[in-house]
Design a binder for this molecule. Structure first.
Ligand code: ZN
Ligand code: ZN
Length: 326
């Protein structure tokens, strides 16, 4: 952090600091007190749900529209992303689009180059956010999302969703302990699920995805010359479901695939492909627009261009055939 900059001159966001303090301190204590394998499984399941909520929902769908999907799918993905603890969708999307606009230059909300590692990693969320400024930021960078009442609702009800999930995780653990666990009591399993599935999972997902902003702008290799310091970082790619191929992403931001070479494995892309393939048969009966994912913007690095996978054009043709007009 450069000395002349006073990042916290306008105060700090105490609710954010409090929230982060709780989700960092509580799991250390609870995971030691309540270890169990079913608790670890609850961690893995919620790591998948909320992690993909960020990578597929917040990032590839809501920020970059790298594939098309029905509104209900977008809303489910937004809730999954929200449960990661990274803020409501409009906030996330606005800040991320600004990051792309000013990558590693003055104006980038989280750059380890203009500032430092810890600022880019997590400190940038702590300064006081003035409501008026935040509103202007949303209007400028995420006007498409501001228009959707559901995303506004998520903004206002943000903490309640976490409390709801906490209750569900506790209840599931209690039910598991009551009916399936011989080694531990119901209340022990409830606390174990809360420790691993709720708290430990949250810090894991937060740091895995925060590393995209910090580590993937410092360490790794570049496939492409970009105006920023974005890198392809295999460790971050594994932890953050393919998001670590960040130099590729900065080069082709709307591409649905962040991995461009065959060895650049990208879990988020695989899941989006599964969405597209499994719901593909809807197209045969003229219901193509109800598919979970279609019109995937795939970047073919050998040809150096974006191609549309699972397009919609043929849907119309099929519809015409079905209706007898062709
Ligand atoms: Zn970046
Ligand atoms: Zn992006």
């Amino acid at each position: 952090m450069s000395e002349e900059k006073n990042y916290f001159a306008k105060g700090v966001e105490w609710p954010v600091i409090g929230f982060m303090a709780v989700v960092h301190i509580v799991p250390v204590v609870l995971c030691i007190l309540y270890p169990s394998w079913p608790g670890v499984v609850s961690f893995l399941i919620l790591y998948l749900i909320t992690g993909l909520g960020v990578t597929i929902g917040y990032h590839r769908k809501l920020t970059h529209s790298s594939f098309d999907s029905p509104m209900w799918v977008n809303k489910v993905l937004a809730v999954m992303g929200l449960l990661s603890g990274e803020g409501p969708p409009v906030f996330w999307v606005a800040l991320h689009r600004k990051h792309h606009k000013f990558s590693d230059l003055e104006g980038d909300p989280h750059s380890p180059i203009t500032d430092n590692f810890w600022w880019a990693h997590m400190l940038w969320i702590f300064p006081k956010q003035h409501k008026v400024k935040l509103g202007a930021l949303y209007g400028k960078w995420a006007p498409d999302l501001v228009k959707v009442p559901f995303y506004q609702f998520l903004e206002k009800s943000y903490f309640f969703w976490h409390l709801g999930l906490l209750a569900i995780v506790y209840g599931t653990g209690y039910y598991y302990g009551l009916h399936f666990s011989e080694a531990h009591s119901a209340s022990y399993m409830a606390m174990s699920f809360v420790a691993w599935g709720f708290f430990f999972r949250m810090i894991w997902v937060l740091h895995a995805t925060w590393m995209v902003n910090s580590a993937s702008h410092i360490w790794g290799y570049k496939n492409y010359k970009t105006t920023d310091e974005s890198r392809n970082n295999p460790v971050v790619a594994v932890l953050a479901y393919g998001e670590g191929w960040h130099n590729n992403h900065h080069y082709t931001q709307s591409a649905v695939n962040h991995g461009h070479r065959w060895w650049e494995f990208d879990v988020s892309f695989v899941v989006i492909m599964l969405f597209a393939v499994l719901s593909y048969p809807l197209k045969w009966v003229g219901l193509g627009k109800y598919r979970l994912a279609y019109r995937l913007r795939f970047y073919n690095h050998k040809e150096g261009k974006l191609k549309t996978w699972f397009p919609r054009k043929k849907d119309k043709k099929v519809k015409k055939v079905l209706s007898g007009s062709v």
